[in-house]
Design a protein around this ligand. Sequence first.
Ligand SMILES: N[C@@H](CCC(=O)N[C@@H](CS)C(=O)NCC(=O)O)C(=O)O
Length: 240
Amino acid sequence: MSTAAPGPGPAPAPSPVHYYYDLMSQPSRALFIIFRLSGMPFQDCVVALRNGEHLTDEYKTNINRFQRVPCINDNGYKLAESVAILRYLSAKGKIPEHLYPKYFVDQARVDEFLEWQHMTLRITCALYFRTVWLEPLLTGRTPKEDKIEKLRMQMELNLDVIEDVWLQNSDFVSGSTLTAADIFAACEIEQTRMADYDVRIKYPKIRAWLKRVRQTCNPHYDVAHEFVYKISGTGPQAKL
Ligand SMILES: N[C@@H](CCC(=O)N[C@@H](CS)C(=O)NCC(=O)O)C(=O)O
């Protein structure tokens, strides 16, 4: 029988990243798809925005001081902002290089899109979705036609840029293969389905690109968009 005192033993394994998200949120879906494609284990922490679960003091203090999704807690390290989360987990080696390159030249090409999209594609698609779908649901009031028209035009200015610039000579927004940039962009555009906007009518390149993104990301893309398909009443296969 051994009399040796028990040693310190192996350090306890770190727990998987806690991921706080709601699949009704575009950046939440983007990270969800990226994590699944990366094979990165994560602890599911679903936050139901519709029930105001992010508006409690407990959420503000313990989860995210900005009271939004998505965000993570990596063994005590709390981080918000989807793009910052992507870069952090990439630096930790959790995201494969084909989704977010490590080589600075290739990485800058993906960053170029990620920086562009916040104040352009995201803001205008999200505003259209909010005004046409979310606010009427919350307030019972229908927005004025001229307001919807103005928001649609602003959104289409950015969809024009995706069609004519980002997809001008390539199959994906940052080059010939899918990266995180495509996933962020597709999730923003898919949100407008719920406001009955069909991007495929005016934009043939976006239409073909969305199909490529979905195919490359499936089955995770369809899992992430299950609510979007259900609420909009349009599956990805729906004909015009
Ligand atoms: N820039 C942030 C945007 C986060 C954001 O706008 N989240 C929305 C859902 S898409 C949210 O949590 N909204 C809740 C609220 O504003 O009350 C990111 O990329 O993570």
